[in-house]
Write a protein of this length. Structure first.
Length: 460
């Protein structure tokens, strides 16, 4: 029997400091937390203290840690055929592709095909190739606050300059327009009576060729696609107002601009729908997905695109390649996830648990003046941390609360515990809350109690 070498926390840190690159996000923290075990909604440190995780690996593990059914499927695949080169076919690759295409046909009424890769950024790269191939153009639109990954192509359509600044000139960087972040409107408007002022400003750019977007003589634009998150993930789980995306999509259609829907964070019922875009009554041309497709159990991502964009005559063999794309372990886990989604009413489940969790956050907002805004849809929830005025962003307090939750010295039912949180938002002052879709009522109550403790510790 294989034995795993057990290292002390000190040994782990010493080896990490000497041999690990600090270019990864682990090293945002000067003392990254060390965990040894996980199950359900909890992770456990080396002292066996439980930490309630309400960010679930950036929404990569929607169905709980060590989900038994998905683990069993993976073990079976390991014993059957764990490896095969991507130029060969096998059952679960085509069956998973079929499930995704059928799911999208049922939602959008459009025929399409599925294309696999190994990570969200890589799937975005494939989507960039796909849409550029469709029109032989290379310029994209994207939203301020949007996050699509950190490979070179994905960085070009991700709004944060800090992801590009070390890596030279990005000549095809996207043109970014304001996302409808109504709590902090880019234009200083009030969403109740602005009549989507942000969209009118976007459309105005097509009025004359001198605004640079449109040629009135040929009825053409040099922009081919708009990469959009229906609900912004890293941007702080910002949720658009009702009616926004319908009008947005009408503008794109008018000027022949494709809509690429990035569902890497919000897909697989995080919001109570298979895709977050379903909430807004629009049909995307491309859907990019990843993360919880395999519940984080094995890297697999991909895209679905309309038949006219991805059929073999338009997008022939070899248009992209990844050695580990459509790998047997990933596609087997993905097939199991899609099967679970067909068997259990996640729409009802997530809506119910999301309402309970949001009610708790609303209660916290009434108790603590440093909470400026809460919101959510399904189990994609946000809590915006501010100064005492309830509006000015407080990154310092946000960081303090996150670090305090990781100390493992909170209490619940007389026992020590911790709380795992994640930070997003334009000012890095938003707790982006993405618990397991199977979070229980007891765990929701625990999360609210622990958040209450954390805010209380830092009150003046």
């Amino acid at each position: 029997m294989l034995k795993t070498k057990c290292l002390s926390d000190t040994e782990i840190r010493e080896i990490d400091n000497k041999y690990s690159s600090f270019g990864d996000t682990v090293h945002y923290s000067p003392q990254p937390k060390i965990f040894k075990e996980c199950e359900g909604s909890f992770v456990y440190d080396t002292n066996d203290i439980p930490y309630l995780d309400i960010q679930m690996w950036y929404s990569a593990s929607n169905f709980g840690y060590k989900n038994k059914r998905i683990s069993t499927a993976l073990k079976d695949q390991i014993d059957t055929m764990p490896q095969i080169a991507p130029q060969f076919l096998y059952d679960y690759k085509v069956l998973l592709a079929q499930k995704i295409c059928e799911a999208n046909y049922n939602r959008f009424g459009v025929e399409g095909r599925t294309h696999f890769n190994v990570g969200g950024s890589q799937a975005v790269e494939d989507a960039l190739k796909l849409v550029r191939n469709s029109a032989k153009k290379n310029l994209m639109f994207a939203f301020m606050g949007g996050y699509h990954g950190r490979t070179l192509g994905a960085s070009a359509i991700t709004s944060s300059y800090r992801y590009r600044r070390r890596f030279g000139h990005f000549s095809d960087r996207a043109h970014f327009i304001p996302y409808p972040y109504c709590f902090r409107c880019f234009y200083g408007k009030n969403c109740e009576d602005c009549n989507f002022y942000c969209l009118s400003q976007f459309e105005k750019m097509f009025e004359t060729e001198y605004n640079s977007f449109w040629d009135n003589k040929t009825n053409e634009t040099e922009f081919i696609a708009f990469f959009a998150e229906a609900i912004q993930g890293t941007g702080g789980y910002v949720i658009p107002p009702k009616g926004y995306f319908e009008r947005f999509k009408a503008i794109l259609d008018r000027y022949n601009i494709l809509l690429v829907d990035d569902e890497v964070q919000m897909g697989f019922y995080r919001t109570g729908k298979l895709w977050a875009m379903e909430h807004f009554n629009v049909k995307p041309d491309v859907v990019v997905f990843g993360k919880s497709l395999t519940n984080g159990m094995n890297p697999l991502s991909g895209l679905w695109a309309k038949e006219e964009l991805i059929n073999p005559e338009i997008f022939p063999p070899g248009s992209t390649h990844s050695t580990f794309s459509s790998n047997p372990l990933g596609t087997r886990a993905g097939y199991e996830v899609m099967s679970i989604l067909e068997e259990i009413d996640h729409e009802k489940l997530v809506a119910e648990q999301g309402r309970k969790f949001l009610d708790g956050l609303e209660h916290l907002k009434q108790r603590h003046k440093n909470i400026g805004n809460v919101g959510g849809i399904g189990l994609a929830l946000r809590l915006e941390i501010c100064e005492n005025d309830g509006y000015t962003p407080s990154k310092e307090l946000t960081d303090n609360i996150v670090e305090e939750g990781l100390k493992g010295n909170l209490e619940y039912n007389g026992k020590k515990c911790g709380l795992v949180l994640d930070v997003g938002g334009y000012y890095k002052n938003v707790l982006t809350i993405a618990p397991s879709l199977y979070i229980t009522d007891v765990e929701i109550n625990m999360a609210i109690d622990l958040l209450d403790q954390l805010f209380t510790r830092f009150e003046e």
